[in-house]
Structure formats: C-alpha cells, structure tokens
Ligand binder design. Sequence first.
Ligand code: FAD
Ligand code: DLZ
Ligand code: SF4
Length: 527
Amino acid sequence: MRSGDGPGASPPQTQGSLRLVLGDQISDGRLSSLRDLDPRRDVVLLAEVMSEASYVRHHKQKFALVFSGMRQFADRLRDQGAVVRYVRLDDPANTHSLNGEVLRALEDQPFGRVVVTEPGEWRLVQAFDELAHVAAVPVEMRPDDRFICSRAEFEAWANDGRGELRMEFFYRLMRRKTGLLMDGDKPTGGRWNFDAENRKRLPKGKAIPPRHMIEPNGLTRQVMGEMAARFPDNFGTMEGFNFPTNPQEAEAALDHFITRHLPEFGDWQDFMKSGEPWMWHAHISAGMNLGLIDPLDACRRAEAEYRAGRAPVNAVEGFVRQILGWREYVRGVYWLKGPDYRTTNALQADRRLPWSYWSAETRMACVADVVAVTRDHAYAHHIQRLMVTGNLAMLLGVHPDEINDWYMVVYADAYEWVELPNTHGMATFADGGVMSSKPYAGSGAYINRMSDYCGGCAYDVKDRLGDNACPFNALYWDFLIRNRARLGANPRMSIPYAAVDRMGADDVEAIGRKAESLKEKLGATRR
Ligand code: FAD
Ligand code: DLZ
Ligand code: SF4
C-alpha cells in the first residue's frame, strides 16, 4: 500500500480506479482520493455497512447525519457526471464491511487500483492494510490534506528535540505558517492567547442569541425515519437533530455563528447554563468533521470579522485557537502516539461508568443537564464535556475503555482521531500527561463558579462531607490524595497539594470514606 505520495505521483492508469469514500470524507472538491477522478473510467464507492454502524453503538442522530450526508454527496457527484456505486445498509447483497464492499466491487468490474484517502481511525488503517494483502490490485492510500497541518509536519515538530508536547507552542507555529491573526511577525493584539479574558461568569438576564435551527431536508427526514426504526435501542432521541448534511446547510450554520455569536464567543466560552446547549458556541464540529466545512476557511472568515471591526480580538483569537490550535493538535497527537495510545491507564482507573451517564437520572443537576442535552442533541459544549462528565469520570476512577466508549457513542462529532486525545488525554489524564501538563480536575467550587447549575441542585456545593454534600468535593480531594505519588511532584499541582498538606489525618480519612461511599452510591463500582 502506498501512502504519502500525492495524486501527481501515480503512474498512468490503463484501467479505471475504484475510489472509496468514507462517511466522514464528504468534502466537495477537497478530497485527495477524488482529485484526479476520471469520470469516464473511474467509479466512486460509498458503502453503508454494519461494521461502521456497530463498532460503537452510535447515537441515533449520528446515523441520520452520516448516512444523509453520504447519500447527498453521492447525488452531487452524479450530478457532476461521476459514476457512483452506492451501497445502502438495507441492500441484501451488502457484505457489511468496507473491505467486503471493495472486494465485491472488484469482482463485479475490473479496476487497475483502489484509491482511498486515509481514514480517521487506526482500526481502519489496519483494515486497509489487510485489504492491500488480499486485493488483486494495488491499494493507494493518500494523505487526508483537509487539515491545516499534515501528519508529517506535526511529527517533525513533535520530534524536534522538545521534551513535552504543548498545544500553545504548536499553535504559534500554525499562526506563523498561515499568517492568521498575525501583523507581520507579531500576533495581532500583541498577545498569542486571550484565554484569560474568556472565563467570565454570565450575568443574570444576559440574552443568548437564538440558535440557527436547521430544518431537516427531505432526504434527512427519510434517513431519520429509517434509522430510528433500525436502531431503536441506541442512545439518544432523533427529534433534536440540528446538524448540516450538505454544504449549503453547513454554510448557513457557519454564517449564522459568525454574524450572531462570534462577537461574544470569547466572553462566556467557559460558562455553562442549565437548559442552554449551545450558548455562544459554533456548533460546527459535526459538519467540520464530515468535511462539509473547511477549517482554514472558517478561521479566515472569523479573522475577517475582526479586521472589519465587527468582532473583538479575544473572541476571534479564542475561536481560531480552537480550530487552528486544539483541533489540529489533537489530530497530530492521535497519529503520533499510534494505536497503543488508547491502552494506557496512567491513574489505574478501574471502575464502571455510572448508569446516569445514559439515563440522565441523577440528583446531580450538572450531570443531569449535560446528559439530557447529549441525549437530545448528540452535542454538548466543551466545558460540559471536560468539567462535568469528563471530570466526574476521572474523579470516580472510571476505566478508560468505558469512558472512551461513552464519548464515542454519544456525540455526533465523535471519531477516534479527535475523541481519544480529548477524552483519554485532556479530560481523564489516562495518557499520563501527553496531552496536558496537569489533570483538569475540579471540585464543586469550579462548577459553581462557571455555571448556574448549583443553585438548582439537590446537593450543597459548599459542603464536603455531609449527607447532602456535593459529590464533586469529596471526590476531588480523594482524587488528589489517592494519586499523590503520580501527581504530587507536578509544580502545577502545588497549590491543591498545599491544601491537602494542611488537612489533618482525620480529614483525610473522612474524605476517603465519603468518596468510597459516593462511588458505590453513584454506580461507579469496581469492574
Ligand atoms: P466551539 O466551542 O464553537 O469551537 C469551535 C471549533 O473548534 C469546534 O467546532 C471544533 O472543530 C474545534 N475544537 C474546539 N475544541 C476542540 C478540541 N478540544 N479538540 C478538537 N477540536 C476542537 N470534538 C470533536 O470534534 N469530536 C469529539 O469526539 C470530541 N470529543 C471530546 C471529548 C472530550 C472529553 C472533550 C473535553 C472534548 C471533546 N471534543 C470533541 C472537543 C470539543 O468539545 C468539541 O469540538 C466542541 O464542543 C464542538 O462544539 P462546537 O462546534 O460548538 O465548538
Ligand atoms: C460513522 C459512520 C457510520 C455510522 N457508518 C458508516 C458507513 O456505513 N460507511 C462509511 O463509510 N462510514 C461510516 N461512518 C464514518 C466512519 O466510521 C469513519 O469514516 C471512520 O470512523 C473513519 O474516521
Ligand atoms: Fe453539580 Fe455539585 Fe453543583 Fe450539584 S452542587 S450542580 S452536583 S457541582
């Protein structure tokens, strides 16, 4: 199998090529596997298969999103004159694996080679390696150049003699490379990062601009019906579907965000409000991960708002950093660390995921809201994922496999290249510090400061040990005490460990007992 040499390097073909396009590769005019498509001889293959539909038990809305997106992409290709072989999930001849569908197409018609853009998950890289051994023709895997930083470029940066990988330095490199928010060789506004200004508490009564709701088009509605019937027991509801499935819908969603939400994106970026799924967030990750929104274009459009005086620098820099910085960085880490990245368990977490992560039935108001939003929209914003469900799983000691599986299941934007570094690295520190220099652990005080949840909660956020004490409190201190050998020497943890040092032995013991009983009560039992 060849990888890394672009379309230009291919030898002249006497026979046509079979071009396999995956469900998250529905990018018009930007996909490396279709760049030199010869519509007279080549065939584009898209296949709805159970292997992809069941390797995790996806949220219902993810099926609707991916299959509606794939079917509309196939229609657009046909409109442009391409020959498309589209295999539907209910096709009786379906072999239900991507490799099976490639082999079936090769049996039906002779091709000179198979061409595919590299997938977003190691498991499919491995599957396509196997395909290359059994297919009678070469399988050419091309780089996915829909990202701003190539895998080779990230690797070169990561291996450039630096000890630790940190997003901030990578981000500066990307700013210089793209010229985004640069004035000459200086960062616009005099700083690289305006994060310190982006942690405000939302004032009471502050109105959130209405969210652009995408009315599902006819095909999406049809797929929603089919998928609700086919996967009735999968997590989530179908009704709250609000994702773009084609370039026009994606453009309208991005445009709405840029004009209505971007100017205040920075200010309340870290705030959580009960019953408000989107706040000022863009809600574009699902569309972007499918390939319907170009990341560099989204960043340039945001920058243009700043240059035109319509959005302040803290908002625009905050948004650009999420895409140019975090999104590219997590992808780089995923490929750099290889397929074994997911197997580390640095904090030896060994508990089950509480049932409330599926049911939303809990007296913890923050968890109940985040899980309900997730169930209804296959979405939650970053701080909800990081500081509520991620933080709680880490404090409870939920095993990495269980929490990674949950994040893969519940979000419509979940693909392993982006889900794993965020969950395994950023949220739960299971990678031992590859992604972040310290765990994002927080007690109830953090959630109280950055949300309106605690006022309406059955638990008392100020209490640590009482019957009604907020569970995050004892769990937070217990987490620090339990993991002292691993985290105690980390200079970024010196303030919380100084507080641990001021505790008496009785306090430490009481926290341990309280945390243990909470773990059992919340359902985080040992595996
Ligand atoms: P905004 O807050 O408006 O940000 C704009 C864009 O920046 C996003 O659309 C996204 O493309 C990008 N972005 C922001 N933060 C990140 C990040 N940490 N990593 C990658 N891209 C980022 N994002 C996914 O796309 N898929 C996932 O499976 C996923 N799993 C996550 C799991 C955990 C535990 C955590 C903490 C975060 C995860 N994220 C994931 C990152 C982030 O939460 C989502 O990208 C974001 O919430 C999407 O909503 P939005 O479009 O409104 O983003
Ligand atoms: C998510 C998804 C689903 C549910 N089904 C399919 C499918 O049937 N066929 C397909 O080509 N892709 C699907 N996808 C998207 C893939 O899982 C995605 O391409 C890989 O995870 C690589 O990122
Ligand atoms: Fe969540 Fe604790 Fe606040 Fe309740 S009191 S909402 S459990 S942080």
